[in-house]
Design a protein around this ligand. Structure first.
Ligand code: SD4
Length: 322
């Protein structure tokens, strides 16, 4: 029972799915190419404001990008974290994979690498991301990622200038509370593809969490957390509260669940259940696929999670939900 080629990705990012599907089904392109170019569509279109430039400003107002790509054939991975001033995060991640023996580059040095590889340096701030940041600064009732720095929201909501709070007085926010993830401000793109030759690849791209502390890296660029593939089993990709989710390596867990014989959906459910046993309030979702093209997804903390699929059975891009 084989249904290849196929692509599956988080959320109804159908333009990205369609690009990947065109590469797989019309151009007979590789799974790796489909994942890179599919996710690039979302980086360019700024899918839901959560992928690419101009979204999720950190507490200084800057947009930074996390991305990874994994080639199931070789098990090679390339990733960038906290990438600054370069828009094409997943393409830079692919360069890390193909032009270095490293796996993950971070911060300004990731930018330097990207520039050396010929990418353009650009400001990732837009009027929209500036507006999100200004609004947050002027309304301290909104959640943030620090503990003990805000006035009691019930009594006072005024301007909040995080950098005025001495580091020694800051404490990490308890991970379960105060996060900015919800159904309206989701979304990382996480994609799994298998090409006509049966090669599997996966990737993720995101601008992370809104109002994050500068330097925060989420789950998305971490292999096994944001996404993972094993050429003998299949792949998985995650979206949601990365600070919590990365503690469980849910993409790896899901693939290992499938290795034991679970369906993609059951394996994804089991991974989320494990996270929920520690963090019942967390929000997250996983898409999963076997190398043969059995597809599934699961979510926690959302009423419904939508994801996108294309394979020979549906012939075009369809949005599914769980
Ligand atoms: C992160 N997992 O940086 C990403 C964000 C996301 O739905 O997927 N939101 O934590």
């Amino acid at each position: 029972n084989t249904t290849i080629p196929f692509v599956i990705n988080t959320w109804p990012f159908t333009n990205a799915t369609a690009k990947a599907w065109q590469i797989l089904s019309v151009e007979n392109g590789s799974a790796l190419e489909a994942v890179e170019k599919g996710c690039t569509v979302c980086e360019t279109l700024q899918c839901d404001g959560s992928v690419g430039f101009g979204g999720s400003p950190d507490e200084t107002g800057e947009t930074t990008l996390d991305a990874m790509i994994m080639d199931g054939t070789t098990h090679d991975v390339g990733a960038v974290a906290d990438l600054r001033r370069v828009k094409s995060a997943i393409s830079v991640a692919r360069m890390v994979m193909e032009h270095t023996t490293h796996t993950l580059l971070a911060g300004d040095q990731a930018t330097e690498f990207a520039l050396a590889m010929g990418f353009e340096e650009e400001n990732l701030t837009t009027n929209v991301s500036q507006g999100i940041h200004d609004n947050w600064l002027n309304n301290s009732c909104q959640p943030n990622f620090w503990q003990s720095v805000l006035p009691d929201p019930s009594t006072s909501c005024g301007p909040y200038v995080p950098t005025e709070v001495p580091l020694s007085q800051r404490k990490w926010l308890v991970a379960k509370e105060g996060k900015n993830f919800n159904i309206h401000n989701h979304d990382t793109i996480g994609m799994i593809a298998v090409d006509v030759e049966g090669h599997i690849a996966c990737g993720t791209s995101t601008n992370g969490a809104t109002h994050k502390i500068a330097g925060r890296v989420g789950d998305s660029p971490i292999p096994g957390s944001g996404s993972y593939v094993d050429r003998h089993v299949g792949g998985a990709a995650a979206t949601g509260d990365g600070d919590v989710m990365m503690r469980f390596m849910p993409a790896l867990l899901t693939v290992e669940g499938m290795r034991t014989g679970l369906s993609p959906r059951k394996a994804a459910e089991k991974s989320l259940f494990q996270i929920a046993s520690y963090y019942p309030e967390f929000m997250g979702a996983i898409v999963a696929a076997s190398v043969n093209g059995e597809l599934g997804a699961a979510c926690h903390g959302f009423n419904e999670f939508h994801y996108s699929v294309a394979n020979p059975q549906v012939q075009n891009v369809v949005v599914m939900s769980v």
